[in-house]
Every structure is written in C-alpha cells, then in structure tokens.
Design a protein around this ligand. Structure first.
Ligand code: SF4
Length: 396
C-alpha cells in the first residue's frame, strides 16, 4: 500500500553537485542461495513493461526537479541487468541523456553475469553507450562456484572477460567473494592470481555475509554448510590487500581496489562521499538534497504504480542535519585514501568536523584506529579491520 502522504512529498531540487543515476533491474535467471538483493527469477516476461515503467518514472521525476548540472554517472545494477536486451539498455541511456543531460564523459556501467553475455551482446552494449562493465565472477574455483550456487562455470567467466575486451571494454570491474564455506587460503590465492593475471581495471572483493532467511543461512543452521571463521576471513582480507598492494593496485575503499586512481568507480564514489543520486526501478533508493526515498520492491507493484500514473515510492524522509553529517563521516571514512576532508566537511555542513566529533576522534586516534593526513581524517590499517564499528560511532 502506498501512503498518499508519502507520494505527495516532492523530489527536492538538487542544488549541490550533479546527481548520479542508478537504475535497478530486478531479474535473475535463478536466485543464488546467499542472495538477499531485490531480485526475482522467472519474471523475464515482464522486461518490456518494466523498461517502459523505468522510462515513465524518469519522466515523472524529471518534472519535479531542477538540475544542478548534467549527470556524471549512470549505473545499471541488479539483479542481472544484462538480461535486458542491449537496445532496451540503449533506450534507457537515451532517455536519461535527454532528461538528465549525461556529461560527455559520463561513466555508464552495467552489471553482468558471465553466462548472460556473449560477444555480440557486448558489442551491442558498447554501441549503445555502455562504457564500463562490472562482471560477477565471484570465484574461479569450481567448489566456490558450486557452494555459491552460481549459474556459470569458470571457463565461461574467462570467455566473457575476453569477449568484453574484444568488444572494446577498457574499463572492467570484477566482483569476487571470499569466505565461502570450505574455502582455503590456496583457493583464495588462486582467485587473487586470476585477478593479477587478467588485469581488470577494478575489483570489488566482498566477504560472504550469510544473510538470515536465505537458503544458505538455512543450510548453515542445519549443519550442511560450515561458515569460515572470522579470523580466517580477516586473514583472507589481509592476504588480498597485501597481494594487490604489492602489485601496485590502489586500495581506495574497504572492499574496492583500482589498478590506477583514475579507474576508481565514479558512481560508487558518489555514495561514499554521501552525494546525491536518483534511483529508478523496483526497490531503488534516491538521495537528493535533504530527502531520501525508496521505491516499492515488488516488480509487479512497481509497474502497476507507474501505469496508474503514481510515483512508486514506498518511503520518503527528510534527513536531519545531525544524520547528514554523521553519514558524511560514516561513509567517507570507508575511503581509505581520501578519508574525510575537514575543509570539505565544513564547506558542506557549515560546522567544524573537529569540533563536532572531538570525542570520537580523540578516542580513535589515541588507540591508533584513525589518523590525520593533512586535513583529511582516515582509517589506519588497524582501524580498517574494525571499520563498521568505528564508522558507526559517528551516527547520532
Ligand atoms: S546473480 Fe546476483 S543478484 Fe542474481 S541471484 Fe545471484 S547474487 Fe543475487
């Protein structure tokens, strides 16, 4: 049920840095046992209506906002966005450009699974304006792919990567997961070797979180699967950081590495800098000015709302100043090189970060978890391992 009071709240005017654009695609051919994303299998027949709804939502939103500049990024996330035909992706990009004025160098990313792409499709994506590919590899070990319930084989991942290079993608990010049940240090070392061998531009390395209510959580509860203990997961993380840093990669965010600083994910940097973004599609979140909202999660409800001419909001709220400042700290400290700039903080929030957070800073600097680098406050190597706890201390 959509609350009419919520739908009456206007999308605010984006007065600050231009907002990025996120487009959610909630379709997967099957659901991986660890997944708790907003995605559904067996709904591919809805794709044409869903794309129409996305475009209608963009038009509805555009009528309510004043832009502060062209959008610097457009990110198709999922789900499996590569289940959308390339011409439908091109259609969405075209409408986004018409309505939100994508910059000439806009980063346009699509997430893809290896089994859902081939050379022809990848060429078509490039021709339709996609310039960055985020491939969900997760592991190149057979045991890893099996326990994670992935829909592809290691050989298909290699072929997809090569096909993307042949299609002209020169900005490729790979996702890997570590800490899967049964994973050994040798398994992880082999996956890190794959990364160093393939030389993508960017990698995201996520430790497996067994989310409640997933099939994997139930298998763990029943003793069918055993999770890797926390110490071993921390060792895997340090192993990755050491190998990638040793090869000259920049570890710029807790879970993200870029081969060069210019190859960092520009779209995700907007999130970590507590910046502004439009979110379109089922379950998508937006953050514009002092408002944020999220859409209804079910694909059918989302399409129905749009077809009835309603905004598909499930939630909208005004962010108070204390929360906004706390989130700038919490998110910004995840950036290991940039950290949080005291000058930028004061310019944006009109208050001194060192005064407002004097107690937290003193405590964490004293025990070696945070340190100053010029006017930037950063996590130390020791602090990085407890990042969630430390960052959370800045929230009101
Ligand atoms: S492919 Fe990704 S989004 Fe789809 S079910 Fe698997 S983990 Fe979830």
């Amino acid at each position: 049920m959509i609350d009419t009071a919520i739908t009456a709240i206007p999308v605010p005017v984006a007065r600050e840095a231009p907002a990025g654009i996120y487009v959610h695609v909630p379709f997967c051919t099957h659901i991986c046992p660890y997944c708790d994303f907003n995605t559904y299998s067996g709904q591919e027949a809805l794709i044409p209506a869903y794309v129409d709804a996305l475009i209608a939502e963009m038009r509805l939103t555009r009528k309510r906002v004043e832009l502060s500049g062209d959008a610097p990024t457009l990110f198709f996330g999922g789900g499996t966005p590569s289940l959308l035909p390339a011409d439908q992706i091109g259609r969405v990009i075209g409408v986004a450009r018409d309505l939100f004025g994508l910059t000439s160098d806009a980063e346009i990313t699509i997430e893809a699974n290896p089994e859902s792409v081939d050379g022809e499709y990848l060429y078509a994506l490039r021709a339709n304006g996609v310039n960055r590919l985020s491939l969900g590899i997760q592991s190149q070990r057979r045991a890893g792919l099996q326990v994670l319930g992935r829909g592809h084989k290691a050989i298909e991942a290699g072929s997809a990567y090569q096909a993307a290079r042949s299609a002209g993608f020169n900005n490729i990010s790979l996702d890997f997961i570590f800490g899967w049940p049964g994973q050994t240090a040798e398994d992880w070392d082999a996956d890190l070797e794959t990364i160093l061998d393939w030389q993508p531009e960017h990698v995201s390395l996520y430790s497996l979180i067994v989310e409640p209510s997933t099939p994997m959580a139930s298998a763990v509860q029943r003793g069918i699967l055993t999770v890797v203990d926390d110490d071993t997961v921390a060792d895997f993380y340090e192993q990755a950081a050491a190998r990638l840093s040793g090869a000259g990669w920049q570890h710029y965010e807790i879970a993200n590495w870029a081969r060069e600083p210019g190859l960092r994910s520009r779209h995700n940097l907007i999130y970590w800098q507590n910046g502004h973004y439009f979110g379109f599609g089922a379950g998508a979140h937006s953050h514009l000015g002092t408002l944020r909202g999220s859409n209804v999660r079910l694909t059918g409800s989302y399409i129905e709302a749009i077809q009835a001419g309603r905004r598909p909001l499930a939630m909208a709220e005004t962010i108070d100043t204390a929360t906004e400042m706390g989130e700038t700290m919490m998110l910004g400290l995840r950036l290991l090189v940039d950290g949080v700039s005291a000058d930028d903080f004061e310019r944006r929030h009109g208050e001194s970060m060192t005064t407002r957070y004097a107690a937290q800073m003193e405590r964490f600097i004293e025990i070696g978890m945070l340190s100053w680098h010029g006017e930037r406050l950063r996590l130390t190597d020791k602090g990085m391992l407890l990042a969630n706890d430390i960052c959370g201390e800045f929230l009101p």
